[in-house]
Design a protein around this ligand. Structure first.
Ligand code: CA
Length: 242
């Protein structure tokens, strides 16, 4: 679901697109003129703007040029048939995509979803990967070796925090402050308990760590599996089973 703003002077198109896009799960508002639209973008930034290029008060292209210095909101322009020059100019002026009139609501909806997918990727990377672990910050899910791990909210926060700092030793104090929002300290035991739950879900133990390593008296760190040198077995002791 996205919040959309239609800037379109044709009331028939406005009404039918509003209905069609609402039916497709979007929250749609509209403005019948360019300057009203510009004001609306600034007052209530939508997720995406559908901008008609032929507007009564100000050319859509001009509007785009006014908009771009102050907003990076994704814009799809609606252009008249066979107006290649206007389409190219709109893309040059910062439009993200275009549709040629007359277009179907399905086509516009597909373009909207594609642009939103593309522009979402431009924000801070929502995927963190550490070795075979992948943490999706937006979906709040994690996978290890392609299999999803069931995590409770705090376990997810803890894993995401560590995955954002691969190889860095993080103190329990930092974890309490940043993950538990307890900057003045609290029960270390809380951290320990969650770390041991997390460990189990990562399929490892404190004695045989794979990714999550405790540095005694300092903190913990998450590293890609297999990155640490394999510990040598002291002579005279039996080899552990492979
Ligand atoms: Ca128009």
């Amino acid at each position: 679901m996205a919040t959309l703003l239609l800037i379109e002077d044709d009331s028939g198109i406005r009404t039918s697109l509003t209905r069609a896009l609402t039916e497709r799960g979007h929250v749609v508002s509209s403005e019948p003129a360019g300057m009203l639209g510009l004001q609306r973008v600034l007052d209530e930034p939508p997720d995406l703007v559908v901008l008609d290029l032929g507007l009564p008060d100000v050319d859509g292209l001009q509007l785009l040029r006014m908009l771009r210095p102050v907003s990076s909101v994704p814009v799809i322009v609606a252009t008249a048939r066979d107006d290649d020059a206007a389409t190219v100019a709109a893309l040059d002026a910062g439009a993200d995509d275009y549709v040629v009139k007359p277009f179907s609501a399905d086509q516009l909806d597909a373009r909207i979803r594609a642009v939103l997918r593309r522009t979402a990727g431009d924000e801070a990377a929502p995927l963190l990967s550490v070795g075979d672990l992948v943490v999706d910050l937006r979906a709040r899910t994690a996978e290890l070796g392609g299999r999803s791990i069931e995590l409770r909210p705090r376990e997810f926060d803890l894993l995401a925090y560590l995955a954002a700092r691969p190889g860095e030793v993080v103190s329990k104090r930092s974890l309490l402050a940043d993950v538990w929002q307890q900057p003045y300290g609290g029960a270390d035991k809380t951290v320990d308990v969650h770390l041991s739950w997390l460990r189990r879900k990562l399929g490892e133990t404190a004695d045989a760590p794979r990714m999550l390593h405790t540095i005694r008296g300092v903190g913990v760190k998450l590293v890609p599996a297999g990155e640490l040198p394999v510990q040598l077995v002291p002579p005279g002791r039996p080899e552990p089973p492979a």
